[in-house]
Ligand binder design. Structure first.
Ligand code: BGC
Length: 789
């Protein structure tokens, strides 16, 4: 865990004021920079010490065998693992005769700051070498949002009190020593030296290295170029070997003098393009970056982020740490998806090797709601990537004896990579999550071209899967048996409520889409008859209900299972999946992560207020939050049913997941779904935003500790700002045509220069539900009840 004061609370920065080597793995992830295409972990410039070296290119992976003790039909035979590609971050320094290394000599001061408005990572170090030479080093890094193939580092060096001879080696290094392997299934498969050389060259201060993967057949090029500004005579030389490229700068600096080096980095990869095409692409990217220059890249970065924050910012008064965490969360989610451009958005973004760099349902369920309302193009691109994998998903469905498309539970390129099918392939709800993201994206943007090009096909193929996976029973009800819902501590269950309600929506949306565009539908072989069968299945969908307990079992029979013995489970027995056999978890009432409660959010239109309240309390007592994908959903429904303080506690848990390393695995990469979930809590929890049937409605309410919350979002070419205080909400249209929205059940119109302010009635407080023994979230505001009284 990261102790609370590790990062002082500041509104627009995450700052580390001393270098704690025990937290290096975590801070490498927290301070990672990415643009959705390139990801750089915050490894120290000089390369050591290092916890996990990491440079990633979206979807650049290697194949590895998936060995099974007992294999079975349809098991995937190989897995995909993200590759730590050629490291261009390295800048080694020799001060007189001593290598700069924070573990030697004396580190007088060290600070790193992730600036969320500038989109850069600043580092400064005051160091005295073992021989007594004092230097000051400042480096600034960025991964460009505007030039997607480019990253850059500004490296500035000054001697403090004596003349020094300095040698700087700016490097590109491929096949860095791997990371230690880990028994935790959530960590990554280590790949030893995954890159084979395809060529290297140097010219002036520019070096290129080209490599390929051995099995996945991908080619990549990494290039670096430099602009160096030195007060005294300098010598510059370059050399390139298969796995190392170096530009060496030698000079002397007197006190008061400064050496300034800008390192431009460019990356490209392809499965199709030739060696020379890729090389030319990287040379061109480097030339463009040099042309823009360091100051130009910085200015572009700032402009890009100014525009993002203007339609995405969340302001939180009364809790500065949460303010910081909420912006950090938005920033990392943007970094994961901004320029992914029809490639996958991974569960860790491009910040670490966790989960092998795979993409899960996390993208559509948690990340796309945020991107849809703040950076809609990135949301569309993520769905276009899914559409590009449709052939593979259709093939997978055929292999499983099903119609339509079966999307992979975890993947990089589109093939199923889950070797454990009860929690992988059987989690068919991913298809409905994708369909749901399509429907919400289309409703929020009115992007007709998207619907024609990809939306309709995604809806049709996912609806076909449900139609073939489920069946009408004797009385004609439509059942979807033997699937795994979001709660992975139950598997192969019949009629999971979340799955069935989302499938129902998927079937109806597909039928509506076919009716809207029969011509395009006909090209996909879909007609009114097929659509009628989807509607019939949707209308007859089984939604189990426990009449005795008056709650929804998350799947048929669930509420009859024995309760997990929480009192006998020690604190170090969590996460349960690492300490108990799945067989035990599956047959007991214990919930890994919000499942029925997730249905209460995204299909809230299918439940009464009373059902929501009773269901929420029931599942609170069973949910252990062994996944980071739970707290945000619990927060949203807690807020809706009136447990505002509990919602606040969960908000903090979701938002601080990485800044406090709450799951003890931030070193493997940040938890993008939880971070995106923090935005969902602000907007859908305390803002009460829902978008059922394309209608935007709000039901704002704040917990005691927060006097004011403001958020902005994009909706159908408009920008809307919602300002919430304890007693009223103000809706301000910042851009676009007048808009009809809902406020606590009342329909209103907002127009530019005509903000609407409406009162918020307070709720009668309800008794706080209990969680499993030892799993109560930390109280964010211990004196909230007293303050409320
Ligand atoms: C969760 C999954 C999730 C995965 C990747 C697991 O712990 O249970 O639902 O997709 O993490 O974030």
């Amino acid at each position: 865990m990261i102790a609370q004061p590790a990062f002082p609370a500041e509104p627009w920065s995450v700052r580390e004021t001393t270098l704690d080597l025990d937290l290096l793995g975590q801070t490498e992830s927290v301070f990672a920079l990415a643009n959705g295409h390139i990801g750089l972990r915050a490894n120290l410039d000089e390369g050591a010490p290092v916890a996990i070296p990491g440079t990633y290119l979206n979807s650049f992976y290697e194949l590895r065998p998936l060995p099974y003790g007992e294999s079975g039909y349809g098991y995937p035979e190989s897995g995909q693992t993200i590759v730590n590609v050629t490291n261009g971050k390295l800048i080694r320094l020799l001060v007189d005769d001593e290598p700069f290394d924070v573990r030697y000599g004396r580190l007088v001061a060290h600070e790193r700051e992730l600036d969320l408005r500038d989109g850069i990572l600043r580092r400064s170090a005051d160091w005295i070498s073992p021989a007594g030479t004092a230097i000051r080093l400042r480096t600034t890094r960025l991964v460009s949002f505007t030039q997607r193939a480019v990253a850059a580092i500004l490296y500035e060096l000054e001697p403090r009190d004596a003349t020094v001879r300095v040698v700087i080696e700016s490097e590109l290094v491929a096949n860095e020593p791997g990371i230690p392997t880990d028994a935790d299934p959530r960590a990554a498969a280590a790949l030893e030296a995954p890159l084979q050389t395809e060529g290297s060259s140097d010219r002036g201060a520019r070096v290129l290295l080209i490599h390929s993967t051995k099995r996945s057949g991908l080619l990549m090029a990494a290039g670096m170029d430099h602009v160096i500004d030195a007060p005294e005579r300098i010598e510059i030389s370059a050399e390139s070997e298969p796995d190392v490229g170096r530009v060496i700068v030698v000079t002397t600096l007197r006190p008061g003098q400064r050496l300034r080096l800008v390192k431009f980095l460019a990356y490209g990869w392809s499965s199709l393009r030739t060696h020379s095409a890729l090389q030319d692409q990287v040379v061109a990217a480097l030339a463009a970056a040099r042309h823009t220059g360091w100051e130009g890249l910085r200015a572009e970065q700032r402009r890009y982020l100014d525009e993002f924050w203007a339609s995405a910012d969340v302001e939180i008064d009364g809790d500065l740490e949460l303010q910081q965490a909420a912006r950090f969360a938005l920033f990392h989610t943007l970094q994961a998806g901004a320029r992914a451009e029809q490639r996958a958005i991974g569960a860790k973004g491009l910040t670490g090797p966790g989960y092998d760099g795979h993409t899960f349902w996390d993208t559509e369920r948690f990340v796309l709601p945020l991107l849809t309302y703040t950076a809609p193009k990135a949301a569309a691109d993520a769905l276009r990537w899914r559409a590009r994998t449709l052939d593979l998903a259709r093939e997978r469905a055929r292999e499983l004896g099903l119609e339509g498309a079966a999307f992979p539970w975890r993947t990089i390129r589109g093939q199923e990579c889950s070797g454990y099918w009860p929690a992988g392939t059987a989690a068919f709800h991913i298809g409905a999550d994708i369909a749901d993201a399509v429907v919400r994206y289309q409703a929020a943007t009115g992007d007709d071209e998207f619907e024609r090009e990809v939306g309709l096909e995604l809806l049709v193929e996912s609806a076909r899967l449900w139609r073939s996976l489920g069946h009408h029973d004797g009385p004609g009800r439509f059942r979807i048996d033997g699937v795994t819902g979001p709660d992975e501590y139950s598997a192969l269950a019949d009629n999971n409520v979340y799955t069935n309600l989302l499938a129902q929506k998927n079937l109806l949306a597909a039928a509506d889409a076919v009716a809207r565009d029969p011509q395009r539908a006909a090209q996909l072989g879909a007609d009114r008859e097929e659509a009628a069968a989807w509607r019939a299945a949707a209308d007859a969908m089984v939604i189990p209900w426990d009449e005795t307990l008056r709650v929804h079992p998350q799947a048929e029979g669930f509420t009859r299972h024995e309760h997990w013995d929480f009192a006998a489970t020690p604190a170090d027995g969590y996460p349960l999946l690492l300490h108990y056999p799945y067989f035990e978890l599956y047959r007991k009432q214990v919930v890994k992560q919000a499942d029925l409660v997730l249905a209460l959010h995204w299909r809230g239109d299918a439940f009464t207020a009373e059902e929501k309240a009773r269901n929420f309390d029931y599942y609170e007592a069973l949910t252990v939050r062994d996944s980071s994908l739970s707290a945000s959903t619990q927060a949203v429904i807690a807020a809706e049913v009136g447990h505002l303080e509990l919602a606040y506690d969960y908000f903090a848990e979701a938002a601080l997941i990485d800044l406090h390393d709450l799951q003890h695995n931030t070193r493997d990469g940040v938890h993008i779904a939880s971070l995106a979930g923090a935005w969902i809590v602000a907007v859908a929890g305390f803002g009460g935003m829902r978008d059922h049937d394309g209608q935007l409605t709000f039901a704002p309410r704040l917990p005691v500790a927060l006097p004011r919350l403001v958020f902005r979002l994009r909706f159908r070419d408009r920008r809307l700002e919602v300002e919430i205080t304890k007693t009223k909400a103000t809706y301000v249209l910042l851009e676009g045509a007048p808009l009809e929205i809902g406020h606590h059940g009342q329909t209103i119109q907002v127009a530019i220069d005509e903000p609407v302010t409406l009162p918020i009635e307070s709720l009668l407080p309800r008794a706080r539900p209990s969680q499993p023994h030892g799993r109560t979230p930390s109280r964010r505001s211990p004196d909230a009840e007293r303050l409320a009284a």
